[in-house]
Design a binder for this molecule. Sequence first.
Ligand SMILES: [Zn+2]
Ligand SMILES: [Zn+2]
Ligand SMILES: [Zn+2]
Length: 341
Amino acid sequence: MEDNNHNSTSAAAISSASELPDLQILTSGGLRIPAHSSILAMVSPVLENIIESRVKRVIPILGVPCDAVSAFVEYLYNSMCTEEQMEKYGIHLLVLSHVYLVPRLKQRCSRGVSEQLTVENVVDVLQLARLCNAPDLYLKCLKHVATRFKSVEQTEGWIFIQEHDPWLELEILRFINEAESRKKRMRRHKKEQSLYLQLSDGIECLEHICREGCTTVRPYNVEPAKRPIPCDKYNTCEGVQTLIKHFALCKRRANGFGCSRCKRMWQLLRLHSSVCDHPDSCRVPLCRQFKLKAQHHELGDDAKWKLLEKKVSSAKAMSSLSLPKRKREEELRALKTFRLC
Ligand SMILES: [Zn+2]
Ligand SMILES: [Zn+2]
Ligand SMILES: [Zn+2]
């Protein structure tokens, strides 16, 4: 893949290409690759030092396959590395780019190698990423291990780490642990959000039932429609209507016994009151009474309710932010119409 930011180097390469190579790079297979010292020195400060300090014009780059060294030298000349080279020699190029300080190639290799992670190679790559100080790749390896730990645990790489590098093992286990608790926190948060959102929908339905009525419950002065049409939050609205009907007829409550369904209705009324900003004209029963009591701190658990109120409002705000734009505009329009009436 071409690295466009390296045009200046490529230009230099073209201008120097007319000069004869003045040194050779020796690979472990005995291959000698002719090269220009000016280009090598320009791209890699480490090679620059070596070139300046050596009388002999042969630079050995050993310990990696010949073809990986060829690919490395090619990159020094034209800032390009093919997908095939990356696939075959990605980890070797990563090491060379680290040792000879070629940051762009290192970035490219970090990306390339991270795309080739497997259960079998991830522990080796992780160790390499740590040695080569490649934090992006290291983190990707950790995540890869964390999501497939059951399989990674069986690999030779993992067994090797357990025997030879307990610190690294500990570091990885700690990361997995943290990732797990992060996931748990997220799940808990999502569950809570959906509960608050349900409450917020419940309040909305309660207000709409008290304002214009819905299928089976409506204000006393609203005529029943011939064919009542369920509203668009009917799932919730139906539940609220059932709750209101129960609240009106409950014998347990009338006889002074506690009733969990009545208590829920009571809470919904109170929650509505705490988020209602027009209690004087509001049609929801007990709205004003609850407001007054709250103002005089007669309800006892202000802090708890303030928090609940805040969470319900923010769950609603978050959900309206995630609505598609068209739906949001529709809602805003509806709100405007309502205010104008
Ligand atoms: Zn409804
Ligand atoms: Zn009841
Ligand atoms: Zn109200």
